[in-house]
Design a protein around this ligand. Sequence first.
Ligand code: RB5
Length: 151
Amino acid sequence: MIAIGCDHGGLDIKNAVIEYLKENNISFTDFGCDRAESVDYPVYAYQVAKAVSSGKADRGIICCGTGIGVSMVANKVKGIRAAVVSDAFCAEMTRRHNDANILCMGGRVIDEPTAVKLADVFLNTEYEGGRHAKRVQMITDIENGNFEIKD
Ligand code: RB5
């Protein structure tokens, strides 16, 4: 299941991604918002991040004006590796190398077809593990207060 959410700045690209999810029979939960009036992005980003962090959702997609605010919120939640992405190369690499579990995009940065393309790449690219596993583990260690720089 994919958790998805947005604020007013990301509503149009979120709706485009939802159409893609429906067309491809990908199950999802939409945490809102659902209208163009101004709302506070942390409310929606937090709900998506909690769904992923708890394991209720496999991955998340969050959209705001830039993708930045929602990524800041999501990355405060334990277990979340949220990446702001605006091109297909980074959408692929953040899965392959960072094992990103939330894709963040900006409705004032990219258009709807691009958002759909990036969601498709993000959802269909596997994590490579290998040499990247040690580095992703370091992120987790920092999150848990267990990271030490060894001389
Ligand atoms: C809302 O105006 C805007 O600040 C928000 O969508 C987002 O871009 C924040 O990072």
